[in-house]
Design a protein around this ligand. Sequence first.
Ligand code: NAD
Ligand code: UDP
Ligand code: UDP
Length: 320
Amino acid sequence: MPFENYRNSRILVTGGAGFIGSHLCERLLDAGAEVVSADNYFTGSRRNIAHLIANPLFEAVRHDVTFPLYIEVDAIFNLACPASPIHYQRDPVQTTKTSVHGAINMLGLAKRLKARIFQASTSEVYGDPLIHPQTEDYWGNVNPIGIRSCYDEGKRCAETLFFDYWRQHGLPIKVARIFNTYGPRMQPNDGRVVSSFIVQALKGEPITVFGDGGQTRSFCYVDDLVEAIMRLMVTAEDITGPINLGNNSEFTIRELAEKVIKLTGSRSKLEFKPLPQDDPRQRQPDLTKAKAVLNWEPKVALEDGLKETIAYFKHSLEIA
Ligand code: NAD
Ligand code: UDP
Ligand code: UDP
């Protein structure tokens, strides 16, 4: 069935109670869709979707995507997977299963329904990249046996499955490689750099910079990302991706720490800690393809997005 419009459609979002997933559910409802979130609440939380529960067009199902799911929907957004290193490394076998078995089950579901399916892939498929910025035709530099491999290789295998279902079964797929994204509803304790620095700054604790802080990341505000995901899903059937989504303004981790200190007015000091194994030195998306295909570009500057995120954490730390 062609899928061109969210209005009156029924959409499955796996990982719908997570950080990005909850924003996506919200936007889909705003666009007039009926939304089913399937989540096992491993890293997501019912609090993230509490404001949606009263909406009769929204339904939250507790489900682990490593198990089959039989449901009738028009399109599937597959976001289920822990995304922060401390969470995906806590049970690495489950992380790979979530990416691989989860992809197989959701692709099987999409195949039966002849439904479009979106995959939340990641810049981590590029590993510690040897070209800069990263374009979609770069195959990456990934350690297959390191502590990040459960996530990186799981996501790479999921991409393989998506493209094989596309080639073998003619399934309409949309694969996005998402770069570091931040915003309200990140978990305060997930160890990701933006949430960690903000929480540390607000509590007046030392800001834990790993390594010398010279490594870079390019941070995308969640609203910009969700807009791109929404656009990608309704592109013509021959657009499969992979397509980089993110923000291409690149910052060192030290610069990020300084911005957070300035914007929170914190007296926290930097504390340098060892750089984790296989931590990529540089990361910046080449967004040429996204701009051309989606007529989209990120709009929210880092300082503006940080202000929103700081306000969210201030509020949620007070009520916690
Ligand atoms: P998140 O941890 O907040 O969300 C992931 C959600 O998936 C959570 O609600 C979690 O409970 C759920 N989940 C985990 N395992 C599951 C399973 N087996 N069955 C059902 N649900 C499961 O992370 P996020 O930042 O919102 O990431 C969402 C997706 O985007 C992930 O697939 C992630 O890999 C991808 N991504 C995120 C970023 C980023 O910077 N945030 C970057 C690249 C890719
Ligand atoms: N699957 C599912 N929901 C469906 C259809 C399939 O969860 O509505 C799962 C099912 O567990 C299956 C997997 O998707 O193992 C892959 O399905 P596919 O049809 O590709 O393969 P097969 O069933 O032949 O193994
Ligand atoms: N980082 C840091 N202090 C922290 C958490 C992370 O310096 O408390 C660094 C980390 O080493 C990496 C960057 O910030 O270089 C981004 O880390 P994150 O875990 O947010 O994402 P990823 O490494 O997956 O891009």
